[in-house]
Design a protein around this ligand. Structure first.
Ligand code: APR
Length: 264
């Protein structure tokens, strides 16, 4: 029973060998047993196998749209209806999508690691897969906000229409961080990354800052992994293992590699 609760290593050290611990060793042992902090930066590639388009692949969203027309404050000023239409479509796509095995495995890794997800994705597939600590850097598609007051935030499952207003009487807009806008969650993300013990990147081209720079805040020595169908240039990152596979396959490979790190 005790062995089940505390783990086999405890049984072997404490009961089987009958060596026991002194008052200093026991707390040290529990520190040793604490789950390692696994910080994961995800991008559109992790949701690709759920049927959601990435941005920069050949069939990506930015192939069919101009960023300047739909994802900037200027676009919102010029043609808010077009911007609303674009994100109303994204909301419909996400509502129809279901988490894939990569999302699910990340959620399952919480059994063995203290997993913190930092995602650039606006979908809710990490949440639906069961992950519990998720930081959305670029907003969330199932939320909307006043165009002037970024604190006035509401849930939204349907379309946002031109003329829909927040409590302050201003037009509602998607709760999305557009290009040229500040990224309010970046400081939180940097803090999380600084204390990582393992850092993992999945399905991002690392083309958009400040998100792409996060890996530079991860402690230099820690093990880092990247899973991507086409791994971007990461030659400057120390102690990085690249797994060039689609997310669902790559993360299964990675899970085996991570098992070895829990034994350390
Ligand atoms: N499995 C793993 N990786 C994949 C898969 C897949 N099935 N399909 C595509 N990829 C990879 C691509 O090789 C690429 O490296 O996912 C990455 C997608 O890159 P982008 O389209 O640039 O998406 P992302 O990095 O998330 O974009 C960052 O840019 O437009 C903005 O705000 C938007 O959050 C987004 C940000």
């Amino acid at each position: 029973m005790i062995a089940n609760i505390l783990g086999m290593n405890f049984y072997e050290l404490f009961i089987k060998n009958r060596k026991g611990f002194n008052q200093y060793q026991i707390p040290l042992y529990f520190c040793y047993m604490a789950k390692k902090k696994l910080v994961v930066l995800t991008g559109a590639g992790i949701s690709a196998e759920s049927g959601l388009k990435t941005f920069r692949d050949s069939d990506g969203l930015w192939n069919g749209y101009n960023i300047e027309d739909v994802a900037t404050p200027r676009a919102w000023k010029k043609d808010p209806k077009l911007v609303l239409e674009f994100y109303n479509m994204r909301r419909k796509d996400v509502a129809l999508a279901i988490p894939n095995n990569a999302h699910t495995i990340l959620a399952e890794l919480e059994n063995d690691f203290d997993v913190h997800i930092i995602t650039q994705n606006i979908d809710d597939l990490h949440e639906r897969a069961g992950s519990t600590k998720i930081c959305h850097l670029h907003g969330e598609i199932f939320k909307m906000r006043s165009e002037t007051d970024e604190e006035l935030i509401y849930e939204i499952r349907e379309d946002i229409l031109f003329g829909d207003t927040a409590a302050d009487g201003r037009q509602l807009r998607p709760y999305i961080v557009w290009f040229e806008e500040p990224v309010p969650m970046i400081e939180t993300a940097v803090e999380i990354t600084r204390s990582a013990e393992i850092f993992l990147v999945i399905g991002t081209s690392l083309a958009v800052y400040p998100a792409a720079g996060l890996v530079n805040y991860a402690p230099w020595k820690i093990p880092k992994f990247i899973v991507d169908k086409r791994v971007p240039n990461t030659s400057s990152i120390y102690n990085l293992t690249a797994i060039e596979k689609p997310a669902t396959e790559g993360i299964a490979v990675l899970r085996e590699m991570l098992k070895k790190l829990t034994d350390v």
